[in-house]
Write a protein that binds this ligand. Structure first.
Ligand code: KG4
Ligand code: ZN
Length: 331
């Protein structure tokens, strides 16, 4: 049995978790800074770094207490090494190095995006390879083929705004608080997606995405003709456009690659409309769709511990105390 301490500080959540064998979550603690950044309408990197410094030790203590283990019971330390904000990543990676060095246990730097994917391996019925995964977060939109643990092939990605970023920007235009994704989803429930014209950015012949045009379409609507459409309808039309493009391309990739498992991962995977649209398209093709429970879709450290476990176990990789953070790390 391998007990992994996971640490996540890539953006505005300070998170620590204890996970056994990449499967069983003994504790997952998240100290969010969303309230702190809300008044700025987004994450302020320097403010975030300082807050992580304050939160990191209490968050680690709470995770260990909830798991009922002391530091001596930890066999491996995994921390997000990128992508993310350089200053915030350094807080988590420095803490991880100190703990790994003091305990004499291995240290593994984890790719945050792979962490999102590995949240699906914390399910009671973990996914089977080969698979396709749609990673949709605040910073990324990546369509990935995985032949096995750690064997990733990038099929497509966003050319401009990430899916979550588009949700947040449009939510802001509609006067919703940060982070706007969940608020926009709620508003959209009372709207009619057919009441407002909204383009579909298909980028034919490619698995890439582009959502900035939708944001601009909404900007012109609320700026030039504020009385013309209901906010609910704009929200519903925007969400329907994003969801249709994401779901169609993800299921097409799964079909063309001949996989039977399609994963959703990242904060936007918490979106019910997206889940439903993907399932509707995948079911007739016999493709199984999996996604993490909502609390493991958004940033957390349990997913980092799970990914770290598999990197170490199947990739045989261990990092030294010279492990560097990489704000621009790709999948
Ligand atoms: O994965 P995540 O927690 O952080 C990053 O790694 O970026 O994703 C956060 C993003 C935010 O943009 C947030 O608005 C979006 O996920 N999000 C949602 C929903 N819940 C979170 N977007 C749409 N619908 C949701 N229900
Ligand atoms: Zn994330």
């Amino acid at each position: 049995m391998t007990r992994v301490l996971g640490i996540e500080t890539s953006c505005d959540e300070t998170a620590a978790a204890v996970v056994e064998d990449g499967r069983r979550v003994l504790a997952s603690v998240i100290a969010t800074q969303a309230d702190l950044h809300r008044k700025y309408g987004g994450v302020v990197p320097e403010v975030a770094s300082r807050q992580h410094l304050e939160n990191i030790v209490p968050t680690l203590r709470e995770a260990l207490a909830q798991a009922g283990v002391d530091l001596g019971g930890i066999d491996l330390v995994a921390a997000t090494a990128g992508p993310g904000l350089v200053g915030t990543l350094l807080v988590g990676v420095s803490a991880a190095k100190a703990i790994a060095f003091a305990l004499g246990v291995p240290l593994v730097g984890v790719n945050h995006l792979q962490g999102h994917i590995y949240a699906n391996f914390l399910r009671p019925d973990p996914p089977e390879f080969p698979l396709v995964c749609l990673v949709v977060s605040g910073g990324h939109t990546d369509l990935v083929y995985m032949a096995g643990h750690g064997e990733m092939e990038l099929l497509g990605r966003t050319r401009d705004d990430a899916a979550g970023e588009a949700f947040d920007k449009v939510a802001r235009l509609l006067g919703l608080p940060y982070p706007g994704g969940p608020h926009l989803e709620r508003l959209a429930r009372d709207g009619d997606p057919g009441a407002v014209p909204m383009p579909r950015p298909w980028l034919e012949g490619s698995y890439d995405f582009s959502f900035s045009g939708l944001k601009t379409a909404v900007l012109y609507m609320v700026r030039d003709e504020p009385e013309r459409h209901r906010r609910e309808d704009i929200a519903a039309a925007f969400q329907a456009a994003v969801v249709e493009v994401l779901a169609t391309k993800a299921v097409r990739a799964a079909r063309e690659r001949g996989v039977r498992t399609l994963l959703l991962a990242g904060g936007v995977a918490a979106n019910q409309a997206l889940r439903q649209a993907v399932e509707e398209r995948a079911a007739p093709l016999g493709i199984r769709v999996l996604y993490p429970p909502p609390a493991l879709c958004t940033d957390n450290a349990a997913m980092i511990a799970a990914a770290g476990y598999h990197v170490w176990r199947h990739g045989g990789r261990v990092d030294g105390l010279d492990l560097a953070v990489d704000p621009n790390l790709g999948i």
